[in-house]
Write a protein that binds this ligand. Structure first.
Ligand code: TRP
Length: 464
């Protein structure tokens, strides 16, 4: 989109708000939820909770979401809406360009590549499973059969690359068309269906014989088993889930109407996201315990246990097709929000057309993505710090870069931007009666989140 188009689009948003406030608020909310809800809820959350011991991990994850993730989301929305530009430019303008705070935005661009490299591969597995579900070959309650199906998919280099390229084609098309009303409209209708299906599979999970064991695993914290590395992973998940720490929410905030109630929006997004993760957990863990899967299967958990849930319910095949299809849709909303960060940057800073910016970014992603896609086949023996490329990208983005981004954004808002600016921005210049809440937010952002992030980061990485 050219600059003029962009301004026109913003004017459109404003006019829209004046004409129809309610619809527009819902639109902002759904776009933000569309970024937050994705493979993080259905794939990453159960996988990490399972391999880090269950309840205690969940507890730290929820605490990090409330004390760290939510305040960072509010800060990002606020900076984006105030400066109305891409992440790098917003940070630069916030400091009138004198200090290198824009580096926080630049680090976010690196995170975007690392996340997309592995995220697009997992999305590729989901896309593949939609097709496989049609054929019925995946339907089995025997763990040996479902894990064999997953294993043969990830160790096949051609299949892995092909699946990722299909995902690339889909997201390129959508991003090039502009932030498409199509996908927004589609997500608006499909998210409720995903929600409904999750409730159905939850009920199925809760009526299985292993339900009690599964729920105990998920909700009963065993704090002795918790390591600092697990605490860092839980905090990293909180960042990843809420799409914060890399500029996605700055970029989205830059599209918010002036009168959007930022703290209220962020709280609603956070609660919806948490609720969907809980549903996924309750759908998955009872099944794991019923059919004798290992809860610590990691990334393969979703792909070996969900087929078993569906195999054990009437019309399972139909539900499985719909389930993986909707998971694919949810992943698209999230991927687009990540891709928007570098694309918006190239467009605004270099004045490239939207198409050119998208193609350059996709070219780079093509290379980075291949190293992740092939990490269980051709590149299986190549490791960096003992991790495959897939795990390395995942670890570095969630456990290092996103927390660092969040740390610097909190320090920036709490110590540089200051209380006066914050109060003006979050009360919409006094129009909202949320002064107390804003004070609590500012206190947490200034004193609590930065300390928590720094301690967890240093301890979790073994640097302290
Ligand atoms: N939150 C998304 C998910 O859980 C992933 C995501 C979208 C993301 N945008 C992001 C993660 C920005 C980190 C940063 O699937």
């Amino acid at each position: 989109m050219e600059i003029a188009d962009k301004m026109r689009a913003q004017l459109d948003i404003k006019e829209h708000v004046e004409r129809d406030r309610f619809v527009s608020r819902i639109g902002v909310f759904l776009a933000t939820v569309g970024s937050a809800v994705g493979l993080g809820n259905i794939w990453k959350f159960p996988a990490l909770t399972g391999s880090n011991g269950g309840g205690a991990f969940l507890l730290v994850y929820v605490a990090s979401t409330l004390l760290i993730g939510l305040p960072v989301m509010i800060s990002e929305h606020m900076i984006g809406r105030t400066y109305r530009a891409n992440a790098v430019r917003s940070m630069r303008q916030a400091t009138t360009g004198r200090t290198p705070w824009w580096l926080v935005g630049a680090a976010g661009v690196l995170s975007a590549f690392l996340i997309l490299a592995f995220y697009t591969e997992v999305a590729g597995w989901v896309f593949t499973n939609v097709l496989k579900a049609f054929s019925g070959g995946l339907l089995s309650t025997d763990p040996a059969v479902t894990s064999q199906a997953f294993g043969s998919m990830v160790t096949d280099p051609v299949m892995s690359l092909a699946a990722q390229w299909v995902v690339f084609a889909v997201i390129t098309a959508i991003i090039m068309m502009g932030v498409s009303k199509g996908i927004e409209r589609a997500t608006k209708r499909l998210l409720p269906v995903l929600f409904f299906l999750l409730v159905v599979v939850c009920i199925r999970g809760l009526t299985l014989p292993g339900a009690a064991a599964g729920l105990r695993f998920l909700f009963k914290p065993d704090l002795d088993a918790l390591t600092w590395a697990a605490v860092l992973t839980a905090m990293g998940l909180a960042f990843f889930k809420l799409s914060v720490g890399m500029g996605t929410m700055i970029t989205y905030g830059s599209y918010f109407p002036e009168d959007q109630n930022i703290p209220a929006t962020a709280v609603r997004v956070m609660l919806s996201d948490l609720f969907i993760s809980m549903l996924a957990g309750v759908a998955i863990f009872p099944t794991v315990f019923t059919y004798g899967f290992a809860p610590d299967a990691g990334p393969s958990l979703l792909f070996i246990t969900m087929p078993a849930v569906f195999a054990s319910m009437p019309f399972g095949q139909v539900f499985m097709v719909i389930f993986f299809f909707l998971t694919a849709i949810a992943s698209i909303g999230a991927m687009i929000s990540i891709l928007e960060v570098p694309v918006a940057l190239l467009q605004e800073e270099r004045h490239y057309t939207r198409a050119k910016a998208t193609l350059i970014i996709m070219g780079l992603l093509f290379v980075a993505g291949a190293t992740a896609a092939l990490s269980s086949s051709v590149l299986a023996d190549v490791t960096v710090f003992g991790k495959s490329f897939f795990d390395l990208y995942d670890f570095t983005s969630s456990n290092v870069l996103l927390p660092l981004g969040g740390l610097f954004i909190s320090i920036f808002v709490g110590w540089v931007w200051g209380k006066e600016n914050t109060v003006a921005a979050l009360t919409n210049d006094g129009a909202l009666a949320n002064g107390k809440l804003v004070s609590v937010f500012f206190f947490i952002t200034r004193y609590i989140s930065p300390v928590l992030i720094a301690v967890i980061l240093l301890q979790g990485l073994g640097l302290f």
